[in-house]
Design a binder for this molecule. Structure first.
Ligand code: HAX
Length: 437
């Protein structure tokens, strides 16, 4: 058994009694109440999911296993000469709660390299898509196609003890994660490089290998490591994480669950916002004839967007109430590496003007930028200008957190998710009753 799997097994054995005790002895303790506003309004803020892998504080932002993102970036081991840590280390941390040693992270990188070869039919499925297809549709399908490889499904049909469910989920998860950079770079080559692809290099880490397959020199390897790590997890209620958990709760395997979560990520209010930010910025560049705009010109553009009934992409959040630390980390990278980039200049002026405009507009509860306001600008700078592709990269990162959650869901025996719905008439009666009290 690999070092990571053994450590995970030990952690699972220790954790199980905590969950079992909570259900058995304290199962009826009330943790939240549901209002009509929440039932109709997308369950905002309703405490009804459990994960120990990450926690999102509205003021502070995301913590992975108790560590803030700056701490994660400081503590995780880095490949020799790299500015950013191993993506494999982030998986180790999310799965076990421990910061891995250099040796432990090298073991995971080795595991990934052993599992990275894609079945031939996946290339054929990708090739069969019309070239006008959106990369997220191809990405989701490529993952779904590999459902036939699932160990979990095979073991389940052969008859496996519930206590052991997590083990084949772990195997499926590592098998899938190791293949995602290859799938993504192949989709990119097919859609935008006339099918010219670069073979993967088994001696490289995940981020380095992805940059190599994209044919983009340093520091794009660090861009990729940073991108995959910051997008890995954002607790359980966001659309992609929740979809992954929900689909997995019916004992669907990792391929079915991750394909489904990719579809949720592909919506413009969620992951696709990174593509929308670039589309919107390009409009502005066009309007400005490529010049750096004044604050007044940018303000006008932002108001025009709002007055036409559209949202400002990359701003606002359902939980956060401050600038997203994932935005700040990327901004710091830009200040170090692309200070003179035109789009970065636009983004920075937007950061100065949009929050005040959104406050004056008076609708958004959070006027601050989220992760998507900055990520596409970095991709564009390094030559990935086909912005339809950006959410695929978000999907690679997010798969790390969701597979970690799916493995723990199985380990702790989380059941089928099945909340109860009510009718509008029932809500009206409840509202009347409450008014008469
Ligand atoms: N621009 C304009 N209006 C906005 C806005 C924005 N950036 N953010 C929120 N609002 C509006 C909402 O549309 C809503 O309007 P209505 O009352 O007319 O429906 C109102 O403000 C209240 O919304 P909220 O409670 O502040 O925000 P929600 O929890 O409903 O939605 C969203 C959160 C992220 C979907 C929202 O802020 C948004 O649409 N932002 C732009 C798209 C975006 O950047 N999405 C990515 C978010 C991060 C993420 O998940 N990445 O994957």
């Amino acid at each position: 058994m690999s070092n990571l799997k053994q450590k995970l097994k030990d952690k699972i054995d220790l954790w199980r009694p905590r969950t079992a005790k909570l259900i058995k002895e304290h199962g009826d303790v009330v943790i939240d109440q549901v209002t009509i506003g929440q039932a109709i309004g997308g369950m905002r803020g309703l405490k009804s999911l459990v994960t120990d892998i990450s926690y999102l504080d509205p003021q502070e932002g995301i913590r992975y296993r108790g560590y803030t993102l700056p701490e994660v970036f400081e503590k995780l081991p880095k490949p020799t000469g790299a500015e950013m840590p191993y993506v494999e280390g982030a998986l180790y941390l999310l799965l076990t709660g421990d910061i891995p040693t250099d040796k432990e992270v090298a073991d995971v990188a080795d595991e990934f390299n052993k599992r990275r070869i894609l079945p031939r039919y996946v290339y054929e499925v990708i090739d069969a898509f019309p070239s006008v297809s959106h990369p997220m549709a191809i990405f989701s399908t490529a993952i779904l196609t590999m459902h036939r490889e699932s160990f979990f499904s095979k073991k389940y049909h052969a008859g496996i003890n519930k206590n052991d469910y997590w083990d084949p989920m772990y195997e499926d998860s590592l098998n899938l994660l190791a293949k995602l950079p290859e799938i993504a770079s192949y989709i990119y080559a097919k859609l935008y490089r006339d099918g010219n692809r670069i073979q993967s290099n088994p001696n490289m880490d995940m981020g380095g290998n992805y940059a190599h397959m994209m044919g983009i020199p340093k520091p794009y390897d660090d861009v990729s490591r940073m991108h995959f790590i910051i997008h890995a997890d954002h607790e359980s209620g966001n659309v992609s994480a929740h979809t992954g958990h929900l689909v997995g709760s019916s004992l669907s395997d990792v391929y079915l669950s991750i394909s489904a979560m990719i579809n949720g990520l592909a919506g413009p209010l969620h992951g696709l916002a990174n593509q929308e930010v670039l589309r919107w910025l390009q409009d502005l560049v066009h309007r400005m004839d490529g010049k750096v705009p004044t604050r007044e010109e940018i303000k006008q553009f932002v108001w025009d967007t709002l007055n036409s009934g559209q949202v400002i992409p990359g701003y606002g959040h359902a939980v956060l109430r401050k600038t997203d630390p994932r935005y700040s980390l990327q901004r710091e990278f830009c200040l170090n590496h692309l200070k003179d980039d035109l789009l970065f200049k636009y983004t920075d002026i937007l950061y100065q003007v949009v929050p005040d405009i959104l406050k004056e507009h008076g609708k958004a509860k959070n006027p601050w930028p989220n992760v998507d306001a900055q990520s596409g600008v970095i991709q564009w700078h390094y030559g990935v200008t086909e912005y339809d592709f950006y959410t695929v990269l978000f999907g690679i990162g997010r798969s790390i957190g969701i597979t970690a959650n799916l493995i723990w869901d199985r380990a702790l025996g989380y059941p089928l998710e099945r909340p109860k719905s009510v009718t509008t008439e029932m809500l009206e009666k409840m509202a009347m009753k409450s008014k008469m009290k």
